[in-house]
Design a protein. Structure first.
Length: 301
């Protein structure tokens, strides 16, 4: 698929343009009908509005440094002891949340002299850690060398893992009008969450994050798949039909190629239709991703 190839080229070339790759990924997710996955892409492109939802690779450890003197002696770039502080204050001082866009972070790459401002009002409290009459004149925070480069590398690597997995699943001659159907069959939502956020994460699907699917299905364990489907109000009769479909598809080449067989694909399609007709009490926007995610985990895709 041309768009997938273009993203791979951007991410793997020496002078890769990560922002351009993310923009193309945004277009790709729209074409696949996976708009619910855009939260991470938009966060990287535009910056994160809610710091509580920052990916872990954007939370940096900070070392607090200062200039301190006692009138007779003066020391620059001295580490500030923090053990006397309350844990909440200590965590605030030693953590930096990078909520800026990836383009802004790329602009910081190579500049290891970046300093994080610490309010001068903190100086008296921090000075309590020093004896001998020493008082802090100025105080700041610094992150580890190469921290910005590491953030960019994390985003590039995670996105590339996802796109490479897509490239293996989507044939070159796939037509545009087949993209959304194949996306659900291949479990793109599950694939995205596993490659970008790691396995066993909580997968958020559906508009406004209204429903969550926990990666609790164990590979080749039909009981765990049944339990998850029942928790989402799938009827026993439908589950029986799925078991039969799985059994009928078990020796097909599609399974070896890590895609659903025709019987399982037909079953997913019928369940999505039930969601659309309200015969199954799950939103139609959630149904396809939920089923593809659960069954994909069962197969080990």
């Amino acid at each position: 698929m041309k768009l997938i190839d273009e993203i791979i080229e951007l991410l793997s070339s020496g002078g890769s343009d990560l922002t351009a790759a993310l923009l193309k990924t945004k277009v790709l997710l729209h074409k696949l009908g996976e708009k619910e996955l855009l939260e991470w892409v938009n966060g990287e492109l535009q910056g994160y509005k809610d710091e509580d939802n920052l990916p872990s690779y954007r939370v940096l450890d900070v070392s607090v440094r200062c200039t301190v003197s006692n009138g007779a002696y003066r020391y620059n770039n001295k580490a500030v002891p923090l053990n006397h502080l309350d844990e909440e204050i200590r965590n605030l001082l030693t953590t930096c949340n990078l909520a800026q866009s990836i383009a802004a972070i790329e602009g910081y790459v190579g500049n290891d002299d970046l300093q994080m401002t610490i309010a001068p009002e903190m100086s008296p409290l921090l000075s309590e850690a020093f004896t001998g009459g020493y008082q802090i004149e100025s105080v700041w925070g610094i992150h580890s060398a190469g921290a910005m480069t590491q953030v960019v590398t994390e985003v590039t690597s995670r996105l590339l893992d996802f796109i490479l997995e897509l490239a293996e699943k989507f044939p070159e001659d796939l037509k545009t009008d087949e993209l959304r159907t194949k996306s659900k069959e291949f479990g793109v939502s599950d694939l995205f969450n596993n490659t970008v956020f790691g396995d066993n994460t909580t997968i958020v699907v559906g508009d406004s994050n209204t429903q969550k699917v926990k990666n609790s299905v164990v590979e080749n364990d039909i009981a765990s798949l049944v339990d998850l489907l029942k928790s989402h109000n799938v009827l026993d009769a439908d589950i029986t039909e799925l078991k039969q479909a799985i059994d009928e598809d078990k020796d097909l080449i599609e399974i070896e190629a890590k895609s659903f067989g025709p019987n399982v694909s037909d079953w997913i399609g019928s369940m999505v239709s039930k969601a659309a007709s309200t015969a199954w009490d799950v939103k139609v926007g959630v149904a396809g991703s939920l089923l593809a995610t659960a069954i994909g985990k069962f197969y080990g895709f």
